[in-house]
Design a protein around this ligand. Structure first.
Ligand SMILES: Nc1nc2c(c(=O)[nH]1)N[C@H]1C(S)=C(S)[C@@H](COP(=O)(O)OP(=O)(O)OC[C@H]3O[C@@H](n4cnc5c(N)ncnc54)[C@H](O)[C@@H]3O)O[C@H]1N2
Ligand code: MOO
Length: 408
């Protein structure tokens, strides 16, 4: 008995709860969700800073020029008395007593004297003017993007309190599968195993390993015993054939199987189960495009919920082109999207990822679709996290982003 496609997604989304909060180094937090509001630990800017390269001036001009202050100079600079100016670089600490910073292009310098027009306070970024210390800047539930990371670092954070990433183990089944090279007759290149880790990461979770098993019930039971995973994703073996052992393995383990069969094309024989200890198992059909559809139907919503992500907004487009709805099931059709229009790209047989690989999204075409508007299902995009090493002016390391390994 199949469950309706939207209902299946909704079920997967509601089956779990956000995982407990953990403190993680900034470098590991991208893609996680804040479990506590982000509060400014330090004011921004942290000190009165020059906003331009030029001269800090005190009192009315002309000013007698003394010294030079650059960003990163140790200790507070000596105070500036009226009638004096000091050369200053953008970002440097403005000395006590300074009334303004006069940019080079607005100043006239004659040997040891500077003249020019200024208004009080000009080109000085006052301590805390962008954000005072203690201010709540982002709420619980915010997705940690690279930009959030930059903001958090600027406000003095080394770690962030986020929901723990769900750990996902994958199990690839099939005696016919090959992991490399050109498959001979009767062999098939595994196209799902390489696709899953990126999808798991894109959903905010952490892949913790993959097991390949032949079509053997005992091996499958063993693979499902992995205690370190919150979620197990199994591909293949979901159907009713003599070599399809997922259902019997789940029965052996005493799992509850609330979903076995979703009314969608492709991806019909997908499965959602809960083991007695609370770990989730999602079964993806062996046909690669069907597996992708099933992963977007059950895995992505489940992982989104466990990692604390808010439900993504529904986006729609007007579907053009020759699409025939199925009489009972929801069809998932790879499309390119331009503005508010979606166009099918074809090549969407259950065994082929070609169409989905060229697509921007999958169009959700319900049974009896009257034409025009469709919901769009986002496809995961690939963007590995960047690693940055921070170096000083002379090339020496002055700081190291949390979680980034020291350069060797
Ligand atoms: N009597 C029925 N037979 C089938 C039904 C059905 O309802 N009644 N459904 C069909 C549909 S639809 C699908 S989809 C498949 C799902 O089968 P399984 O999940 O049991 O998968 P397998 O039988 O192991 O493989 C199906 C197909 O996919 C190839 N495959 C498997 N794994 C991979 C992989 N990692 N990478 C690439 N290709 C893979 C495999 O070689 C088979 O060709 O069941 C239908 N049968
Ligand atoms: O539903 Mo199957 O997943 O069409 O190949």
């Amino acid at each position: 008995m199949s469950i309706e496609w939207h209902e299946a997604r909704h079920y997967a989304r509601k089956a779990g709860s956000p995982l407990p909060e953990v403190d993680v180094p900034l470098g590991e937090a991208v893609g996680c969700v804040l479990a506590k509001p982000l509060v400014a630990l330090s004011p921004l800017p942290a000190y009165d800073a020059a906003a331009m390269d030029g001269y800090a001036v005190a009192g009315p001009g002309p000013w007698r020029l003394v010294g030079r202050i650059l960003a990163g100079d140790p200790g507070p600079p000596p105070p500036l008395s009226p009638g004096y100016a000091t050369e200053i670089g953008t970002g440097a600490v403005v000395p006590a007593g300074a009334d303004a910073v006069l940019p080079y292009e607005r100043a006239t310098r004659n040997s040891r004297t500077v003249t020019g027009e200024f208004s009080p306070g000009r080109h000085i970024r006052r301590r805390g003017e962008d954000c005072p210390a203690g201010r709540r800047v982002l709420d619980t539930g915010t997705l940690v993007s690279p930009v959030v990371l930059g903001l958090a670092a600027g406000l003095g954070h080394d770690t962030l309190t986020v929901h723990r990433r769900p750990r996902v183990a994958t199990v690839v089944t099939g005696a016919e599968l090959r992991r490399g090279g050109i498959p001979a007759a009767g062999q098939v290149r595994d196209a799902i195993g390489p696709m899953l880790p990126g999808m798991i990461r894109a959903a905010g979770a952490e892949p913790v390993g993959e097991t390949m098993v032949t079509d053997d019930a005992a091996l499958l039971v063993e693979a499902l015993l992995r205690p370190d995973a919150d979620v197990l994703v199994v591909c293949g073996a979901t159907s009713a054939g003599a070599a399809d052992h997922l259902r019997s393995a789940l029965d052996t383990l005493g799992a509850r199987v609330p979903i076995h069969g979703v009314a969608c094309r492709p991806g019909h024989p997908q499965l959602f189960a809960v083991l007695p200890d609370g770990r989730f198992v999602v079964g993806l059909p062996g046909n690669p495009y069907a597996a992708l559809v099933a992963a977007l139907t059950l895995v992505t919503p489940l992982l989104g919920r466990l990692s604390g992500r808010p439900e993504p907004p529904v986006t729609t487009a007007a579907l053009a082109g020759p699409v025939t709805p199925h009489d009972r099931d929801t069809r998932l059709v790879p499309v390119t999207v331009a503005g508010s229009a979606a166009l099918p790209v074809g090549h969407d047989r259950p065994g082929s990822l070609w169409g989905a690989a060229m697509a921007d999204a999958l169009a959700v075409v319900p049974a009896g679709w009257p034409g025009d508007e469709v919901e769009l299902l986002a496809l995961p995009s690939g963007s590995p996290p960047a690693v940055t090493v921070v170096a000083g002016r002379d090339g020496r390391r002055i700081d190291q982003a949390a979680g980034v390994p020291a350069p060797s």
